[in-house]
Design a binder for this molecule. Structure first.
Ligand code: FES
Ligand code: FES
Length: 157
C-alpha cells in the first residue's frame, strides 16, 4: 500500500492507505475528524465534505487520500483556535444554522471565499455558496453572517 505523508490541523501524519481510499474517509475514519461530513454519496454536489488543502477550499469526497501526499490540510476541527473565528461568531449571532449538517463545509468554503473576497456583495456571496447545499436555513441567515463576518474582518464596527 502507498504511504502518504501529510499535515492535518498542524499535526504530521505518515500513513499507509489503500490506493482507492477517499480523502474524506481517511479524515473521518482514520483520523476520527468527523466534523467533515458526507451528504451526497460522494458526488461532489453538497459541499458538506469541504476542507482546506494548502489553504484552498476543496471537496474531500472528490479526492483520494494519496493525492493529499505532501500537502497541508485543515478541517473544521482546525479552523478555530481558542476563540471562534469572525465567521463562526457571525454564524452563531445570526442564527445561520439549524441542524448544522452543512455548516462545517460552508464555514470552510466561506473562510476561503472571504480571504479572496474581503468585501463581497450579496450576489457574490450567493454565487460563492453555490457548491454548498443547506436543507434547513433558506440561506438568508447564512448570507447575512458571511456579510457581517467580512465587515468584522475588515475591521469595521
Ligand atoms: S460529500 Fe462531498 S460534496 Fe457531498
Ligand atoms: S443547517 Fe441543516 S442542512 Fe444546513
Amino acid at each position: 500500500m502507498p504511504v502518504v505523508k501529510l499535515t492535518v490541523n498542524g499535526t504530521r501524519y505518515e500513513e499507509e492507505v489503500p490506493e482507492r481510499l477517499l480523502l474524506v474517509d481517511f479524515l473521518r475514519e482514520r483520523l476520527a475528524l468527523t466534523g467533515t461530513h458526507v451528504g451526497c454519496t460522494f458526488e461532489g454536489v453538497c459541499g458538506a465534505c469541504t476542507i482546506h488543502l494548502d489553504g484552498e477550499a476543496v471537496k474531500s469526497c472528490l479526492m483520494l487520500a494519496v493525492q493529499a501526499d505532501g500537502h497541508e490540510i485543515t478541517t473544521i476541527e482546525g479552523l478555530a483556535g481558542d476563540t471562534l473565528t469572525p465567521l463562526q461568531a457571525a454564524f452563531r449571532e445570526h442564527h445561520s444554522l439549524q441542524c448544522g449538517f452543512c455548516t462545517p463545509g460552508i464555514l470552510m468554503n466561506m473562510s476561503d471565499f472571504l480571504r479572496e473576497n474581503p468585501d463581497p456583495s450579496e450576489d457574490e456571496i450567493r454565487r460563492g455558496l453555490v457548491g454548498n447545499l443547506c436543507r434547513c436555513t433558506g440561506y438568508v441567515h447564512i448570507v447575512r453572517a458571511v456579510k457581517d463576518a467580512a465587515r468584522r474582518m475588515r475591521g469595521e464596527a
